[in-house]
Write a protein that binds this ligand. Sequence first.
Ligand code: GDP
Ligand code: MG
Length: 455
Amino acid sequence: MVLEKLGNNLKNTLSKIAKSVFVDEKLINELIKDIQKALLQSDVNVKLVFELTKKIKERALKEELPSALTKKEQLVNIVYEELANFLGGKASKIEISSKPYKIMMVGLFGSGKTTHCGKLAKYFTTRGHKVVLVGLDVHRPAAMDQIEQVAKQAKVPVFIDKKEKDVKKIWNSFKAHEKKYDIILIDTAGRDALSSDLIEEIEGVNELIKPQERLLVISGDIGQAAQQQAEQFHKSCNITGLIVTKMDSTARGGGALSACSISGAPIKFLGVGEKVDDLESFNPEGFVGRLLGMGDIEALLEKAKSAISEEEAQDLGARLLKGDFTLIDLYEQMIAMRKMGPLNKIVEMVPGFSQLKLPKELLQVQEGKLDKWKYAMGSMTKKELEDPTLIDAKRIDRIAKGSGVSASDVKELIKQYHQGKKMVKMMKGGKNMDKMMKRMGGMGNLGGGKQIKFK
Ligand code: GDP
Ligand code: MG
């Protein structure tokens, strides 16, 4: 697959969302960092990367939650949408709006013009069009033989004149035949760089042929440098679209794609190999969807949903008062406590509370442990989270395997749960509970970004 490494990195990143219990600022920051790393490794321009991740972060923090989505789904969706926008948004297709429809290929030496004439010929032929190739690369000695070969592979006719060096003459003698075809693909000569010489030649051919499409063929292996090339060609030759080639054989494809997508001309196709079938029409949304393995993500989100629902995790206070103390409550408590500062301080502030004998371990949970528990909880079913007494040795093994956390950590979590439950019972018996709860509610901010509300 194109950009496989980038895709894998992004997929791993998104799977963190599914594994996490809550979407909070910490998770968003982690996600942003991961996305930046993945894109930079794929040669995307630093400035572009930061602009993109800034947008993702802003949306993730500010956007209202659409009622149909959970916070996790919303976050995945934001990443997906912004990446798709980053690569040009909506697909830009070639519409064969008149016949014959003339498509001219331009670009530097070796970018893949001739090869892609063949690929496009096959592409349009299989869609029912009558296609012909016209070879106008009169500079390179072997160019005519190559396009002949390419036409043969694509099983389309080709118009060339091996002896003629005047492009105008070749075209004029072809013109008598043009009505026979739906699509005329014109191969032109390249240069090492976009010289004034090349611009002049392209302008001349442009004037002569007046093609409906001028496609710039650009090699993906130049990475970020594609931006300058695409912009220059766009300015001088008024190109209508881009084909980014060699996407199969470069680690810099992310840089090339992102660079091209801001050049002002849309990417229409990707070249993904040397054979005549190695062509993909480019659709940013579909491309990003595949890159992120949308199928996998849906499955992940599905799994995340069945393991824990955030709404259910939210109204901790109400549930504490009702007495259904679940593992989620325990986790929320840990987070809230950590944010409030040392519990002994709070204990001092709350009359009556200081008389309760709270288990020490419950009050001093280290960060690392909390993370492990979070992963372990991510591998539990909803039933298990609500009623941890169900979790026997066999289930502990399964949870440990599923979350990559040791069985003893899972056991410890369950032990903490039982202690926490006892504590809640004690608190329910306490006289100054309301006051204490109010104070906790005012100070503690849950991982989900919502304040605990106590009635
Ligand atoms: P031109 O000078 O622009 O006409 O470029 P060519 O069509 O002759 O291609 C130059 C070289 O790049 C050839 O060896 C092609 O086989 C190769 N090439 C073109 N497109 C691709 C592609 O998408 N992937 C790979 N791996 N090679 C390609
Ligand atoms: Mg060529």
